[in-house]
Design a protein around this ligand. Structure first.
Ligand code: UFG
Length: 322
């Protein structure tokens, strides 16, 4: 039996493939390499280059590799791009996932873990977000992820059990395995700050320093990508107990300001991070921190890698890749 990992050549996907393999599971990766990296898939893991929006291919993979469950990462995931090109997101996320689910039903694969996001919530009404928090996504990226969660909930009636994992701010790396964050374009704070400290990227612009937070910059909940990978393994194990569909927040519950992250990067780099202060970025809430009580109690999951470990691992990955 194998686990099919769609998008397994991407950032969180490749770390999850590594994690599942280390726990002795057979994995097959399907990735179209539109944003993923072939070299992020370890030797010995069956790899198929193709789209989840190809039902015949998905059915063939499921039958050839005796797939028992799917972890579905393959997606478009840039918030800004989703605003300028929503069609790419509705097609690449919702239409493609609908095709994938049809193929899974045809292949009689009844279990799926879905890569979702805190972007499904929109502007927080409370500093710590529970899964029951109102969902008013502020961009097409978050809307497409929410619609897919609703699709999964409906498809439970067709025999597909699923869990959506809503990541807060994924960061960090596994430098000893050559795995880390390599988006193009890069929009995320930690790799941009490291690039600025290394001199491989321009000085960072901090988006706003007039928020009602302790130092005026935005607060986020950073979670190590390997802690996220661990959650996927635990969610796969939980699927047999799920009554249809459910969702879990994945975050540490601790918030750090942008300035605190820059200080942490400066400690790892041994030099300050060159930065300037600019205007707020549209759509950025002041504070976004998870309440992951549900994942802690039902999945027995807890993130164990703190912000200094996240930044140290990312620093080693980016300085090795220089
Ligand atoms: N930031 C800067 N300058 C930059 C980049 C980021 O100041 O050049 C700030 C942002 O304003 C924010 C923080 O750093 O306060 C983190 O920003 P990221 O872009 O790294 O992450 P986001 O919090 O915007 O987004 C993350 C995920 C999204 C997801 C969202 C959920 O990356 O996929 O959380 O709200 F949608």
């Amino acid at each position: 039996m194998s686990i099919l990992v769609t998008g397994g050549a991407g950032y969180v996907g490749s770390h999850t493939v590594r994690w599942l393999r280390r726990s002795g599971q057979s994995v097959v990766v399907l990735d179209d390499l539109s944003t993923g990296h072939r070299c992020a898939v370890p030797d010995g893991v069956p790899f198929v280059q193709g789209s989840v929006d190809d039902p015949a291919l998905v059915v063939d993979i499921c039958r050839t590799h005796a797939v028992s469950a799917v972890v579905h990462f393959a997606a478009k995931s840039l918030v800004g791009e989703s605003v300028s090109n929503p069609r790419k997101y509705w097609t690449g996320n919702v239409v493609a996932t609908h095709a994938l689910l049809g193929a899974l039903l045809d292949a009689e694969v009844g279990k799926l873990v879905f890569s979702s996001t805190a972007a499904v919530y929109g502007e927080p009404e409370t500093p710590h977000l529970l899964e029951s928090h109102p969902k008013r996504p502020m961009n097409p990226y978050g809307r497409t992820k929410l619609v897919i969660e609703e699709l999964l909930s409906d498809y439970a009636r067709l025999g597909l059990r699923s869990i959506a994992l809503r990541y807060f701010n994924a960061a960090g790396a596994e430098p000893s395995d050559g795995l880390g964050e390599r988006h193009d374009p890069e929009t995320h704070l930690v790799p941009l700050a490291i690039g600025a400290a290394l001199g491989t990227r321009p000085a960072l612009t901090v988006f706003g320093n007039d928020y009602a937070t302790k130092d005026g910059t935005c607060v986020r909940d950073y979670v190590h990508v390997s802690d996220l990978a661990d959650a996927h393994e635990k969610a796969l194990a939980r699927l047999d107990l799920v009554d249809g569909h459910t969702a879990y927040n994945l975050g540490s519950g601790d918030g750090y300001t942008v300035k605190e992250v820059l200080d942490q990067v400066a400690r790892a780099a041994g030099v300050p991070v060159p930065h300037t202060f600019g205007p707020r970025r549209a759509g950025d809430p002041a504070v976004l921190v998870a309440d992951s009580t549900k994942a802690r109690s039902e999945l027995a999951w807890a993130p164990v890698r703190s912000l200094d470990r996240i930044v140290d691992d990312a620093w080693r990955f980016h300085s090795n890749a220089r």
